[in-house]
Structures are given as C-alpha cells and as structure tokens.
Design a binder for this molecule. Structure first.
Ligand code: ADP
Ligand code: MG
Length: 320
C-alpha cells in the first residue's frame, strides 16, 4: 500500500535498526530488495503468518510476538536444512504505535541478529493485528531435507522436548497456575537452526513440529509412503512439564500438542553416532522415539505395547 506519514515513520524506525549483510545489494528503502544468491546455492523460502487470537493469546507481549514470528519461519528453514540469510516482514497494525514497534523489534531483531539474518524489506498496513514473515535460506543444490525420503528401517528422532508450549497454553486457558518455563517455550521458541543445517547428509526426511508430533510425523509418512511406530514412553519431556501435568495429560501434550518447533526427522541406524555428535556440538538434545515401518500412518504404543490414540489430533485451522 501507499503508507501515510505515520507508517513512513514506523518503516524508518525499522530501517534504522535492521542489520544488513554483505550479500544484501539493496535493503529497506527501495521498491524491492536485491540479494546476491551465491552461485553454488539454492534459495529456500518459507512464509508464516501469526494472527491475533488465532496463533497467539491476546495480550502477548510485542517483543515475544516479534521473536516468535521470525522463529516459526527459521524453524521451517531448519527443517529443510537451510542456513537462514534474509527475511521480510509484513505488519498489519490497528494503529501506528511507535512504542509497540520498538518492542516488537526488540524480539524480532534479537533472534535475527543471533542467526545473522538481515531484514531486507516488508510492508506496513493498517488493519487487525497480524504479522507475516518470509525467511530466505541457502542450501547446497539438491541437499534440502524433504518430508519425502523416510525409508523402512530408519530411526525416528526428535530434538529438544515436546509438549511445553501446549502445556503453557493449557495452563493459560485453564486460568490457574502458570509455569514460567513452559510459557517461555510458547512465547520464545528456539528454532533448531544449526541442528537442521547439520542434518544435511544425515537425515532422510525432516519436518518441524508445529501442529503436534503425531500430526507432523504423519505428513512425513504420507509424503514418504511409509508408516511409523512411536514409543510414547520415549518422548522427551522437560522437568517443568513433568512437574505441571500428570502422565496421561503430559502424554497428550507431547504427542498431539502444537507449537513445539522442534525437528522430527528420520535417519538410518548408521547415522546414530553422527546425530549424537551433532546434538553435543549444537547443545540440542536428540532422542530416538521410534522407527519407520512398511505401511501407513503412525502407531503410537505405550510401555506395554498397547496402541494409543490421542484425545485430539494436532491443531488444524478451519476444523473443529
Ligand atoms: P512500496 O509502496 O513501493 O511497496 P513501501 O512504502 O511499502 O513501498 O515500503 C518502502 C520500503 O520499506 C520498502 O523497501 C519496503 O520493503 C520497506 N518496508 C515497509 N514495511 C516494512 C516492514 N514492516 N519491515 C521492513 N521493511 C519494510
Ligand atoms: Mg509496500
């Protein structure tokens, strides 16, 4: 759109604070950005939108929203094994609030700077609160990690711990006790950037867990034409989650809760040592939670080998 004076002021606040990189030929301020893509790399592009009331609770701090809006996109690039380079930011705001923008940028740019990502452009409009980010990353030709590629006999792995963000959301909805460590996982997810880049050449298939482990693993299985058996007792839990929820509730949060932004990937057993070494080098734990089998869909089993179905599948827009 053609912004008014207030919007120009906001864009100028953004431009002043956005870091640049050597491969940004032209950043914020022209009609479009110009970026120098290395000759020996493929460009990987992801986009995710966060809408008030749908993707984050009303009253979420602007700095947390800034962080998360970029984090979910860096998580998508990580799931492709791409090294993030650039991003763009589309903001729909109810009013031109400079204080809100400054706080938003505190979170957004903290994560961008931590990963050397340059904010190179965007759009600023008036409307209901909504944040849309695109992230651009680089990967060696043909090396991107896809959902298709899981093979029978692969291990199924997951990074970090599962269920924390969904646990925070459940506590927030219940209106009772709230655990700060869980809330941190909801508001400030850590995209597994270095881990994802390190998985290139090791993993056969990869996805980031945004809608719940079983739902997202299901996408990998459908794309790969295989099935999986998952040991529920093996699902990694934080101590905060174990403290706040009993075993059945915890299991549902870990298996079917959303917003984890961990990586779920498959790899041949011969890659176990290399994956353990990657986990040590990146300080991100990785846990084997099952295996790829012939067939279709996920069979989630408890300690006795009995099949288990989650109370509800992962969060789906426009459904339920
Ligand atoms: P145009 O009307 O040509 O699209 P705009 O006035 O919308 O131009 O944007 C001017 C410049 O500011 C462009 O370089 C654009 O990418 C950048 N920009 C606008 N909004 C944002 C934003 N929210 N974050 C980063 N850059 C922005
Ligand atoms: Mg514009």
């Amino acid at each position: 759109m053609s912004p008014g004076t207030a919007e120009f002021d906001l864009i100028e606040r953004i431009r002043r604070r956005a870091a640049t990189r050597g491969d940004v030929v032209l950043g914020i301020g022209d009609d479009a950005a110009v970026l120098a893509v290395p000759r020996d790399r493929q460009l990987v592009v992801a986009m995710d939108t966060l809408n008030a009331g749908v993707h984050f609770p009303d009253g979420t701090a602007p700095a947390d929203l800034g962080w998360k809006s970029l984090a979910v996109n860096l998580s998508d690039l990580a799931a492709m094994g791409a090294a993030p380079a650039w991003c763009t930011l589309s903001l729909s705001l109810p009013s031109a609030d400079a204080g809100w923008i400054d706080a938003f940028l505190d979170g957004f740019l903290a994560l961008a700077d931590a990963h050397g990502v340059a904010l190179v452009g965007g759009d600023t409009t008036r409307g209901p609160l909504s944040v849309c980010v695109t992230a651009h990353g680089l990967v060696a030709p043909g090396a991107a990690l896809r959902r298709a590629g899981a093979r029978v006999g692969d291990d199924v792995w997951v990074t970090g711990t599962l269920g924390d963000a969904a646990g925070a959301l459940a506590q927030w909805r219940a209106g009772g006790a709230r655990d700060a460590a869980l809330r941190e996982r909801l508001d400030r997810p850590m995209p597994r950037v270095a881990f994802g880049v390190g998985l290139v050449g090791l993993a056969h298939a990869c996805i980031d867990v945004s809608d719940g482990l079983l739902a997202d693993l299901g996408h990998v299985l459908a794309a790969s034409g295989v099935g999986a058996e998952v040991q529920l007792d093996a699902l990694p839990s934080s101590t905060a989650l174990a403290r706040a929820f009993d075993a059945p509730a915890r299991r549902a949060l870990q298996a079917a809760g959303g917003d984890d932004y961990e990586l779920c990937f498959t790899a041949p057993p011969g890659a176990r040592d290399a994956i353990d070494a990657l986990a040590s080098a990146t300080h991100v734990p990785a846990t084997r939670i099952g295996g790829i089998v012939a067939g279709e869909g996920v069979r989630a089993v408890d300690g006795d080998g009995a099949a288990w179905a989650p109370p509800a599948r992962g969060y789906q827009h426009f459904v339920g």
